[in-house]
Design a protein around this ligand. Structure first.
Ligand SMILES: Nc1ncnc2c1ncn2[C@@H]1O[C@H](COP(=O)(O)OP(=O)(O)OP(=O)(O)O)[C@@H](O)[C@H]1O
Length: 315
């Protein structure tokens, strides 16, 4: 059986004016059943990409499909199969939460039970009866999410779904995203905060200034930063008469009289370093190790291009 990707973009580009490339040559494939994290700082081009997927904005060049349907020529088929929580959604202030869900049900021609959807997004009967104009930001976000869930869409697109939510709300979003994928659906989860997608996404794509600079699993990203742990030994005197070049897994050793700092690519090599420093006559007063984090990697990837791209192991 040939399966079509849930989302596929090929050379997708959106230019505003002469030189503002909101999205540049984006080629990306998201498979069915994935929770895909679409990560990038503000202004990276995430919303513009989503707008092109939904045919809210026309690309300058390139193409996109959702479930095999062309984003421009078959937008209607896409809208029937996709649930979207847009970045700048708006609610009708005078309409109750329940009416919003009923409205989405009629648009999607689905037979969902509005109360079941409201319960899934954590809005109780009292809240559901109130006009949406009285809602807090978090409640509004929950309602907009409920509207996206109507019709059990094959693909759920969430643009910054956690904004305005408290920790409980953020956890609920993750749970919903995971259960949607576990039931065979696909989730495209855009965020500028790595930690919000890290816990739930199978893979992430990192967008910086309109360009895709990395696509990998969270484990894969971890491996790329796994090379950057730093070990710092506080010593009473500098070690003498010993070499460090031959220790496998230890690089960039720097001595400054009171510390020995090194980059450690193999955790087991730390002990060898400690032994060697002792052989050099130093007493070790303290040991500190710091693993490079995914945040380091994210900030390295999304660093402005005119600045050096470095994974900072030490701040
Ligand atoms: N209609 C427009 N006209 C001109 N420039 C635009 C337009 N829409 C977006 N841009 C620019 O395109 C770039 C990408 O914007 P976009 O909103 O897609 O980023 P984003 O990653 O979604 O950011 P955020 O998280 O802040 O929403 C930005 O530099 C933005 O200023």
């Amino acid at each position: 059986m040939v399966t079509v990707p849930a989302i596929q973009t090929t050379g997708l580009t959106k230019r505003y004016g002469h030189d503002v490339y909101a999205v540049s040559d984006l080629s990306l494939t998201v498979e069915e059943g994935e929770v895909f994290g679409f990560l990038g700082p503000n202004g990276a081009g995430k919303s513009t990409t989503i707008d092109m997927l939904m045919d809210f904005v026309r690309p300058t060049s390139g193409s996109a499909t959702i479930l095999g349907y062309d984003a421009q020529d078959e937008a209607e088929a896409i809208h029937q199969r996709v649930g979207i929580l847009p970045d700048g959604y708006s609610l009708y202030h005078r309409l109750s939460g329940r009416k919003h869900i009923e409205f989405a049900i009629s648009l999607k021609e689905s037979d969902d039970d509005p109360d079941e959807i409201l319960a899934r997004v954590g809005l109780d009967a009292e809240a559901a009866a109130r006009p949406a104009g009285t809602y807090s930001k978090g409640m509004s976000q929950r309602l907009a999410l409920g509207m996206a869930l109507v019709g059990t869409p094959d693909v759920l697109i969430l643009d910054e779904p956690s904004s305005g939510l408290d920790p409980d709300g953020i956890r609920d979003i993750r749970t919903l995203a995971r259960s949607h994928a576990d039931a065979g659906g696909t989730v495209f989860f855009s965020s500028h905060i790595l930690s919000q997608v890290e816990a739930v996404c199978d893979r992430v794509g990192i967008l910086s200034r309109g360009r895709l600079v990395a696509v990998d699993t969270i484990d894969g990203l971890r491996e790329s930063v796994g090379t950057g742990a730093t070990i710092t030994l506080a010593v009473d005197t500098q070690p003498v008469g010993v070499e460090f070049d031959d220790i496998d897994g230890i690089t960039d050793v720097a001595l400054d009289g009171s510390t020995v700092k090194a980059t450690c690519t193999d955790p087991t090599s730390k002990v060898t370093l400690v032994d060697r420093v002792r052989e050099g006559g130093s007493r070790i007063l303290d040991i500190e190790t710091r693993e490079a984090s995914l945040e380091d990697l994210f900030s390295a990837y999304t660093h402005p291009v005119d600045e050096p791209m470095v994974v900072e192991a030490e701040r």
